[in-house]
Design a protein around this ligand. Structure first.
Ligand SMILES: [Fe+2]
Ligand SMILES: [Fe+2]
Length: 282
């Protein structure tokens, strides 16, 4: 086991039961004037009810090999948080599916089959490295998202759903890393399987985004047509290159450990706010 686990970056992993509501007539362009980012968020949201149960299955299997009591508590809290995440995302996804987009079902079915196959046929080491691939990416994404200037108007319930989820991803950012390290370990394997995981997830999100853009050309027209899309791309690419890419690349360094990422005072404040909004916490 790596000594990195002892670096002091651990704050409580709070399991919050939330209750987000989404309108039956929701506009899928949830980020005002930005269909590309809206559909990317929807792609991520559609991924989660398949991915997060797979993470929970993986952790259940890994638990048999974990001897450390603190790590078992972390693992259980990780799984309980992930269980809440995908249930809330399903509520959002159901509202989106009421607006049409019939081919989403087929895309989800393929993804769901992949995760069932991974649980059945791949090694625990692969499944844990996949889990850490997702967690390293969400940790980098959460930090990017919270540092980003709030200059886009997102539907409040959707904004809250993602902020709550990303906050909890930061709360449990060390768990998959520690469990992989404790049960299997190995830097190169983690990096290679993690890259595969990130490619696998991004491919699904990309397919959803492209399909939704194609299925609803009126949304693009409403948002400035091809010129508008080009302007949004020209704004997003340098922002991603400057503020997201370094955080993501760092997760591939041999020295990377999520224990070194601080949980700042603003995050503590946000955690308190979401605990107050929750139906229950534990
Ligand atoms: Fe999650
Ligand atoms: Fe997570």
């Amino acid at each position: 086991m790596s000594p990195s686990r002892d670096v002091g970056s651990h704050q409580p992993i709070v399991v919050r039961q939330m209750n987000f509501d989404f309108p039956d007539d929701i506009d899928p362009v949830v980020v005002a004037g930005n269909p590309e980012e809206s559909y990317l968020m929807i792609g991520l949201s559609l991924l989660l009810p398949h991915l997060e149960p797979y993470l929970i299955r993986t952790m259940k299997e890994a638990k048999k090999f974990v001897k450390d009591e603190k790590l078992i508590d972390d693992l259980e809290r990780f799984s309980a948080q992930e269980g809440q995440h995908y249930r809330q995302h399903m509520r959002f996804n159901d509202s989106i599916k009421l607006q049409g987009f019939p081919e989403l079902e087929g895309l989800e079915k393929t993804l769901s089959d992949d995760y069932k196959r991974f649980s059945k046929t791949r090694s625990l080491r692969f499944n844990l490295a996949y889990a850490e691939g997702f967690e390293a990416l969400t940790t980098a994404s959460a930090r990017f998202s919270f540092e980003r200037p709030a200059d886009q108007e997102t539907l409040p319930a959707v904004s809250d759903l993602f902020a709550w989820h990303l906050l909890e991803e930061l709360e449990h950012r060390t768990v998959a890393f520690d469990i992989y390290d404790h049960v299997c370990g190995g830097y190169f394997y983690r990096v290679v399987a993690g890259l595969y995981a990130q490619w696998h997830m991004s491919s699904f999100i990309g397919r959803v985004t492209r399909y939704m853009l194609k299925a609803d050309p009126a949304a693009i027209e409403r948002c400035g047509g091809k010129e508008g899309a080009r302007a949004r791309r020209q704004k997003a690419v340098p922002e991603l290159r400057k503020h997201f890419l370094p955080k993501w690349l760092k997760t591939y360094l041999p020295s990377y450990t999520p224990h070194d990422i601080p949980f700042e005072a603003e995050l503590e404040e946000m955690a308190t706010q979401y605990s107050a909004l929750a139906r229950s916490t534990r």
